[in-house]
Write a protein that binds this ligand. Structure first.
Ligand SMILES: Nc1ncnc2c1ncn2[C@@H]1O[C@H](COP(=O)(O)OP(=O)(O)O)[C@@H](O)[C@H]1O
Ligand SMILES: [Mg+2]
Length: 374
């Protein structure tokens, strides 16, 4: 086998960059004109090969909705050295949009300028697939929720119909009896007795249905809470990405295992992150941040919290947010927090709200540590 000549190595690298849709770049801040773009950067951004590379040129092509965020990240990053990872949409001259994942390393060049080397990765195909998957999933989730609610409503009306019509009949009988010139008191009393026992029956039916809703499919296993969070990370990031905010994990190490229904606990976390993302989106401001934290409290229990730097709860809302059907959103169901609270009650835990500092909302719950098996 022959060792490749340097010329071959160059050609191989170019080919590899093309296959991976990956380009690389080097530039300086302040701009000293010594900029480099690999051929793939030109292709990716739809820029003529003869054009001279400039980072301002890239910046001008960044999608208007992503520009403020990128500018803020850059102005923060160039104050020091280190790494900067950025995802943004780039609008080519012909109007087509590409999703770019950029990674930069910033260091001091001799003479004091900032040297930036970076890679640009075109992830448009992956993003489009993710977006399609997210939409399909959201539709499925909606369908699932509607089916459950619809089924509960159908079962309720079917079962309640009988005692309710009995109540109406007995009430009419009472009226007739009382209209008589000399009402028969014992007969009226008997009809009233029937009314109250039928009303009790209706109450029992509601109670039983509530139990069914709350206890369906509980399946507890011994798991690591951090794994539960990591397993749904992609799903959560789709949510936060769509709202233009960032998601951070602050997961304690060496946590003991918990005994929980993992899927249900994940459902709670998804609900909380979803609410936080919606609250941040509602502010219309950049810089939204959601933090999922796991820790161990003084009693040895595991504490999970989801915090955001959005507007937080309105003063009057605090007492009502856990009520079913309480919502401040046009398209809200008002069920997210109510369901989350029921799930946690089944785990002998409580969902609590507290204001986040300096601003925003923080929802916290604890989980029971699994008994040691030895
Ligand atoms: N992180 C949050 N920041 C601000 N308000 C929140 C947050 N989470 C929940 N809320 C408030 O609680 C209400 C109820 O939430 P939820 O039960 O999930 O129902 P929905 O999201 O359908 O409105 C929301 O409409 C919102 O007003
Ligand atoms: Mg919600």
């Amino acid at each position: 086998m022959n060792t490749p000549t340097p010329g071959d190595a160059q050609a191989l690298l170019r080919e590899a960059q093309e296959i991976a849709q990956l380009g690389n770049t080097e530039f300086f801040v302040p701009d000293n004109g010594v900029n480099y773009w690999s051929p793939q950067v030109y292709r990716m951004l739809g820029i003529e090969p003869g054009d001279s590379p400039s980072h301002l040129r890239i910046f001008q092509g960044v999608h208007p909705e992503d520009r403020d965020r990128c500018l803020m990240a850059w102005s923060r990053a160039i104050r020091g050295t280190g790494r900067l990872d950025l995802s943004y949409r780039f609008v080519r001259a012909d109007g087509t949009v590409r999703h770019i994942d950029a990674r930069y390393r910033l260091s001091r060049a001799p003479g004091g300028a900032l040297r930036v080397v970076g890679t640009l990765h075109d992830v448009t195909e992956r993003k489009t697939a993710e977006e399609a998957a997210r939409r399909a999933q959201a539709r499925l989730a909606d369908l699932g929720r509607l089916a459950t609610l619809g089924e509960i409503a159908a079962a309720l009306s079917h079962e309640l119909n009988q005692p309710l019509s009995a109540i109406v009949n007995y009430a009419r009988a009472c009226e007739r009896l009382l209209d008589a010139p000399r009402p028969e008191v014992p007969e009226v009393k008997a009809a009233l007795g029937e009314i109250s026992s039928q009303a009790m029956r209706a109450g029992e039916i509601i109670h039983r249905l509530r139990g069914m809703v709350r206890h369906r499919d509980t399946y507890r296993t011994v798991v690591a809470v951090n794994d539960l969070v990591r397993d749904i990370l992609t799903l959560l990031e789709m949510d936060t990405h769509a709202s233009g905010c960032t998601l951070q994990l602050d997961l304690a190490t060496d946590l003991p295992l918990v005994l929980v229904d993992g899927v249900q606990i994940q459902q709670v976390i998804v609900n909380l992150v979803h609410n936080a993302a919606e609250a941040l989106l509602g502010t219309g401001e950049p810089g939204g941040e959601i933090v999922i934290r796991t820790a161990r409290d003084d009693d040895g229990e595991i504490v999970v919290s989801v915090a955001d730097n959005g507007p937080g709860l309105a003063p009057g809302a605090e007492a009502r947010v856990f009520e079913p059907f309480f919502t401040t959103k046009v398209e809200g169901t008002g069920l997210g927090l109510a369901i989350s609270r029921s799930i946690l009650e089944l785990h002998h835990s409580q969902l609590a709200y507290g204001a986040n500092t300096p601003r925003g909302a923080r929802f916290t719950f604890t989980l029971p540590v699994a008994p040691e098996l030895s």
